[in-house]
Structure formats: structure tokens, C-alpha cells
Design a binder for this molecule. Sequence first.
Ligand code: ATP
Ligand code: MG
Length: 777
Amino acid sequence: MQKYIDQLNEAQREPVLHKDGPMIIIAGAGSGKTRVLTIRIAYLMSQGVDAFNILALTFTNKAAREMKNRIAGIVGSAEAKHLWMGTFHSVFARILRAEADKLGYPSNFTIYDTQDSVRLISAIIKEMQLDKDVYKPKQVYGRISSYKNSLITVKAYFNNPELVEADAMSKKPRLGEIYQHYVDRCFKAGAMDFDDLLLKTNELLARFPDVLSKYQNRFRYILVDEYQDTNHSQYLIVRALSDRFQNICVVGDDAQSIYAFRGANINNILNFQKDYDGVKTYRLEQNYRSTRNIVEAANTIIDKNKTKLDKVVWTANDDGPKIKVHRSITDAEEGRFVAGEIWEQKMNRQMNNGQFAILYRTNAQSRAMEDALRKRDIPYRIYGGLSFYQRKEIKDVLCYLRLVINPKDEEALVRVINYPARGIGDTTVEKITIAANHYKRSMFEVMENIDKIDLKLNAGTRNKLTDFVNMIKSFQIIEKQHDAFYITDHVAKKTGLVQELKKDATPEGIQRIENIEELLNGIKDFTEGQKEVDGARGALAEFLEDVALATDLDKDTGDDDRVALMTIHLAKGLEFPYVFVVGMEEDLFPSAMSMNTRSELEEERRLFYVALTRAEHQAYLTYAQSRYRWGKLTDSDPSRFINEIDGQFLEYLTAEESNYRYKPMIDADIFGDVDKSKLRTVKPTAGTPPKWLTDNEPKPTANIRKLKPVASNGSSGGNSNLFDDKLTVGSVVMHERFGKGEIINLEGAGADKKAEIRFEVGGIKKLLLRFAKLDVI
Ligand code: ATP
Ligand code: MG
């Protein structure tokens, strides 16, 4: 343990060794907040605190897993296993399951994802015969979500004339009724939506003092990362649970608060001192992540915000290269620049794909980037798009499985009752819905009793419904005796889903079958893993729990090597050697929708601060003079944020220069005489591991790997000295990655000396000798 404490600086060591009582660490990006939190947990354990008594809440489940692995490395995995770690949603879903009966829910309650919720709201709007252009389902969902996160229940809503009035004024007088129906329907279906996981936890802790006391005693130490982005509902849970022992440690950076639009409340961090007695505040000032240029440039940005805590961030790291600013005419050209730059850096510096990230303000911007990366066969991965589990074919399987566990789950039922087609039409489903609402029973219960209720259905339809009910019941029997893999395989075949997909022989159809196979593989992994743990049987319910809260960020196992594409919001807490912040244009970033008030603009600026501070070594800011937005070609000005950075940290790449540098690569056959079919094994979508250039290439390991510092004068970090005299045109060399080749041209001098080499496989490449790993043979 001591070894890990010694690796910290003085300011970091203090909060790690902090004795009991409330504490807060407020510090800028990259200063080691997450690291301190991690080491503190290990330290507490080394001091005899039982893992069972520690609760750590993180922004993503992936972050929790990484933290746990780190801790396991220090204190041993047998110990770390019992730590409670995860997002608010996943931790409290677990607690809610254990206590569900108190709230009148079954312990096997379903978790509705956003798709389910929006569909249900849309059905309610239709049933109420409201205009869906006025009551837009997604908007209504957003509104209900924000009520729930502010702990405004239906009852509280109707007791608050201001809210009722506000909705009436915005031409939605019946919003409260929709809210009421939505809550009733979820309850009847034995389902909670994402926001319920927090709202119901609050309800549980408030209504049942014995339950509160049980968890207060259990979680003697509570630690929260990214505290600046907690919402009111989360805040209250933490308050309640920590009330007894007051061993609460929160970590955050007000300058990185970027979720206000989703209800995050920056005051949670600003008021922390007032909420607890005797709070000890710690500050970290040294940034370990980024070069000095990046740290100081980021400081100049955040200085422009008025609402902020005073903080100092400095670094002892090298100056590093300046932040590169690139202008292009169109977004397509912007994409080509980014892909070209990645390609070149990879060639010249032997970088992995996973060391590059492309960050954007809106998901729509990924397309131009994807096109350009695909053209260069650079494998990439988009985060935050449709998660694997939300793809249609996967969700169909999952909905059958959900029904097996919880037959009351109406969203699942509606989705699969007639898929694959079994002659149960919309009218029949509508009649069942109406009956279910009337009898206050679930649709499945209505179907179970279909012969006893007069729904004016013919005998044929009634039989079909009974067959469906019996099929689900037969699955339930099998499920009780087998693991998640067995039942999923059985369901996929017996429902006819696989046969249905096999009818479609298009590449998309084949891809869908492959996705189902991938799902099965994932479940196999899960069941095997579960069985290793204390003899569990790898039950389906547990798998579904995992899936309900999985995001595609969680699915990233880190063992494949791809360029990461994501919105800035998602990049919080992460770091990459090379970061491209693209679409740096007015009205896009800052977003046109966030320029009405100073506080909105300040949130955009914080977002920019987050983006820039993800970069360890090199940051790029790129913008296009015109791009397609909403189907129209729109002209744009460069983002004001570029101008807000002190010019000394920027290097402008002129359009002429970039054309010169990148154009030949776009059109020319960059792979020379290599067999291209071999190169196209890279699949930019999920699935196979990437194979860079040749099949023999060893698989890159770490996804996000630290870059070795590269001295800008070329005196170290490469092996230039080796080449200055030995190499001539005609020399035969061996390259670590490209194999054998012959030098056909040499140009430049010193640090800029380049060799053009014709490789036996891979064609002609121009390599900067400073970085190329060559042996003369
Ligand atoms: P963010 O605000 O972006 O969440 P953070 O404050 O949580 O950042 P970390 O992610 O914990 O910062 O640390 C940033 C980087 O600096 C990590 O790569 C971490 O390993 C490294 N680091 C932190 N402290 C030290 C240290 N004392 N010595 C060496 N490296 C360190
Ligand atoms: Mg962090």
C-alpha cells in the first residue's frame, strides 16, 4: 500500500489519508481526483475498513470496473470483490430489487429504457386522443424525467399550481394526466424507468426508517466521483445515506459541470460545505495528464467564465506541441483532414488507433468523420450511438426474455406479441390494452383469462393468444432449470426469430444474425463468469439487469484498437494522447440553442474546457466554413472559443498547407502494390478485432495507452542517430510493422529527415526517421 501512497504528491496524499468525516476535493481536470479516490478506497481497506462497508459512485459502470480492478491490484481481488461500486442507477437498482416488495413492486421488475418509455408515452398520447405534434412524446418524456429528478411526483405536481399553470401556458394542459397514466402503466407492468431508480430509492429511504438505517450502517464510507454532475435526486440519496456516519468524500470540478440540461445541479458541489459540519476541503493543483500548452490554454478558456471557484492548475509536463487549428471548406474536407492526420501520426510515430479520439458537440457530426476514416481503413468505434442492446433484432430477443422474467412487462409484450408474425393484429392488441386498463390488470393476465372475458374476439384469435401465453409459460419452466445462455438459445429458436431473420439474405440480414450470435456469445461469457462466482447458476434475471443499465461505453472491453468517436459529454473523465475537437463553429459549438443566457454559454464553455483537457499530448481544433445541417448547406464562422484561447498556444494550419499535405493521400493509391483485399479485413463496426495492414500483425493491446514523451527537437524519443550516416538510397531495411523494404529516396535533414521506402508488403511509405523503428539489414 505504501508504494501507492508514495507515488502521490503531497496534496494528493492528504485526502487519501484523511481520517473520518466529510471531505471534498475540488480540483481542475487531470489533477488526479479519480486516482485519489481510487487509492483512498484501497487505503481505507488496508486500515481495516471492510469492503462491504464502502460505497463508491461513479459516472459510468466502466469507470467503476476500472477502479475496482485497480483496487484489486493493490489489496487483492478477494477483498475488492465485495466493494459496492457503480453508477447511481446500477447500485440503487440492486437495492431496489432487494426491497421491491416494500414499494409494491415485484423483485423481478423490468427496467424500461428510454425507447420503452417514449413508446409508452406515445401510446398514452394516442389513447387520450391528443395531438402528438403538440404533445411530442420525446419532449413529454423529458419533462416527466425532469419532474422525477426533482422529486416531483404526480401528487406533488398537482399540488403545485405553478407547474400546472406553466404546462397549461405552454399549451400542454394535460401533461399532468399523461404523467399520471404513465406512472400507473409502469407500475401495472412491474416496470421502473431510469429516473424511477433514483426517485423510488428516495421514496424507499424516506418512507422506511428501518431500511434507511440498514443502508446507513452498511455504507459507512461513501465516495462520489464527478460530484459536480449529480442531480437533486442523487444528491438527496447521498445525503440520506451519509447522514449517520458522515464519512462522505466527494470529488469534482465545478469547471467541468456539463449536465445542467439534464438536471445536474452545480450547487451540490458549491454548497457541500454548508451541508455537512466540519467539512475538510482539499485542492489539487498539479495536472499530470496534459502538456503545458494544453493546460495553460484550457486555463485561459475557463477564465472567461464568471461563475466559478478560483482554482490553480499547472503542470510540470513539457510544453508539448501547440494546439493545431485547422480550417476546411466543408465538413467532408474536415473529415479528410482528421483521418489524414491520424493516418500520418500512426505511420510516423507508431501510434495505436486507440490513442486518438474525435470529439464533437452533436452526434450528427460523426458521419463525415466515419466516411473519411472508412476510406483510409482506419478502424473506429462510435460511442453513444444506439447501444448494441437497443438494435432491433437484439431488443426483440431481449423482450422475449423480459417477458419470461416478468410477464407483466407490457412494452416487451407489445413488441413481440406479433413478431414474428402470428396473426395477432393491432385491433386485438388494442382490445387487450383497453381491457387491461379497465380491469387494472396486466395485458398478460388478460390474455391468460381470454376465454372468460368477452372481448369480441373470434375463436381463432383467442387460440393464438392462448398459444402465445403457453409459449411464454413453457419458457418460464425451462428458465427455472437452466442458465441464461440455454434459455436465450432456446427462445431465439422456438419463437421463430432466427428463422425469420434467415429469410433475409442481404448483408444487413446476415449482420443481424451475426448480432444474435454475438448476443449469445456475450451471454455465454456472462453465465460462465457467474458460475465461477460462488456457484451461481448464471440466471437470466441477472443478465437482464446488467443489460438494462449497460451503455455502449460499458461494452468496450479495451482489447480492440480503434479510434474513439464520441460527444464531449461522454468523454468526461477520459484521456487520450491525441484529441480532435471537430466542428468548432459558431452555432454548433457553442450550440445555437445554448446562447440565450450567460449561464448557458458558460456551460458550453465548460464543455469546451472538458474537451480540450482530454488531450495528453496533442489537441486539434478543426472547423469547416460550410456544412450540411438539417439537410441544408450552411455557412459558419469559426467558434468564438478558438479566439478565446491565448494565441501563443495555437498553431494555425493554413488551408493551402493542409491541401498540400493531405491531398495526395486522398486520391493516390496509398497502399502501392499491396493486395487490397487483404487490407479490407478491418470492419469499422463492432465485431471482429481489427487487423491493421496485415494478418500477421500482433493485436494491439491497451486501448488507451500512454504516449511516451516525444522530444520536439528530435534528440530523444526516436532513433535518429542510428540513421544519419548508415542509411542511403538502396539500403535494405526491416521495419517492425511493415517488414522488409528498400529505401528509394531520402529527404530533409536532422529531425525532419524522411525516407521513402518501398516495402515488400504495403507498398511505398514515407517515414520520418526520427520515429521510424528501422533496422538495416
Ligand atoms: P478529470 O477531471 O478529467 O476527471 P482527474 O482529476 O480525475 O481528471 P485523473 O484521471 O485521476 O485526474 O488523473 C489524470 C492522469 O494523471 C491519469 O493518467 C493519472 O494516472 C495521472 N496521475 C495522477 N496523479 C499522478 C501522480 N501523482 N503521478 C503520476 N501520474 C499521476
Ligand atoms: Mg476523473
